[in-house]
Design a protein around this ligand. Structure first.
Ligand code: SAM
Length: 286
């Protein structure tokens, strides 16, 4: 009988994958960590019983988390990643030759160590890139103690229960704003909108109190059960979110990179939100 991984998405809804090979299972100082092989999605990382990332579909999340803000901004040089211990967000950031420095702040060293070993295709050497600095710390503590400024801040964390709880709080978003360089942008992992709409509402309230321009963009990641995944967007530069398709196309072409999900058209259209999300965040139109 094949062992099963069962994730309680919400009361009455479980997400189940076969565990075809259990690779690592440990309770770290911060969370329960499980890495296993699944015949449909390849190697899977789950933290505290929630799927974080899989080899098969990680490209969707990480390309959108990174290339939407980098190409909208147009001159990102310094990036801060809060969380991101699997290394794939760092990988996508460092694909941009224009990036001068990327600091990754991860609370749990076990995630980095074990993802290096069991999910090497996520980081693909990014942790060893000379432009990368890895800091072992709580994301909020780092923000409240750094004097550095960043063009792009990415919250690539677990969900707001457990170690990431404060990464969805007003003090955290205020600390992000204080650490953004002029014209910078914050992008956040903001949950599966249909089932975690309160997370979107809460981030929207904080963004609205702190930033001149904020919204959300979405992408469907198959292993994030429950529908489209919301990414929070917050900046004091309203122009970033309104970039013309021709600008995005030119910037994307200049990177010389190939992608498997991101396109300039997907980028622009990702900000078009379903009415139920617009209603939840108090915006009648995008
Ligand atoms: N990229 C994955 C995804 O698609 O959502 C998840 C990213 S990564 C696995 C999430 C990371 O956030 C974990 O490594 C976790 O340890 C880290 N994390 C959680 N709370 C944190 C905090 N307060 N400060 C820094 N890192 C934190």
């Amino acid at each position: 009988m094949t062992e099963k991984y069962r994730e309680r998405v919400c009361n009455g809804y479980d997400h189940v994958l076969t565990i075809d090979e259990r690779l690592y299972d440990v309770r770290t100082d911060h969370q329960h960590l499980l890495i296993f092989k699944n015949r449909a999605f390849g190697r899977v990382l789950a933290l505290d019983g929630v799927i974080q990332t899989t080899e098969a579909d990680e490209f969707i999340y990480h390309e959108m988390m990174v290339h939407v803000p980098v190409l909208a901004h147009g001159s990102v040089r310094r990036v801060l990643i809060l969380g991101g211990g699997d290394g794939a967000t760092l990988r996508e950031v460092l694909r941009h030759r224009t990036i001068q420095q990327a600091i990754l702040v991860e609370i749990d060293p076990s995630v980095i160590d074990l993802c290096r070993q069991y999910l090497p295709n996520h980081s693909m050497g990014a942790f060893d890139d000379p432009r990368a600095t890895i800091v072992l710390d709580d994301g909020l503590h780092f923000l409240q103690t750094t004097h550095e400024r960043f063009d792009l801040i990415l919250t690539d964390s677990t969900d707001p229960d457990g170690p990431a709880e404060m990464l969805f709080s007003r003090p955290y978003y205020a600390a992000c704003k204080a650490s953004l360089a002029p014209g910078g942008v914050l992008v956040t992992q903001n949950g599966v909108a249909f089932l975690q709409l309160d997370e979107v509402r809460s981030s929207a309230r904080h963004f609205n109190a702190l930033f001149r321009d904020w919204h959300f963009f979405t992408a469907a990641v198959p292993t994030y059960a429950g529908g489209i995944m919301a990414f929070g967007w917050a900046s004091d530069n309203p122009e970033l979110r309104q970039q013309e398709a021709t600008t995005l196309q030119r910037r994307f072409s200049q990177t010389g990179m190939t992608t498997r999900y991101y396109t300039p058209e997907i980028h622009r259209n990702a900000f078009a939100l379903p009415q139920y999300i617009l209603d939840a965040i108090g915006k009648t139109s995008p």
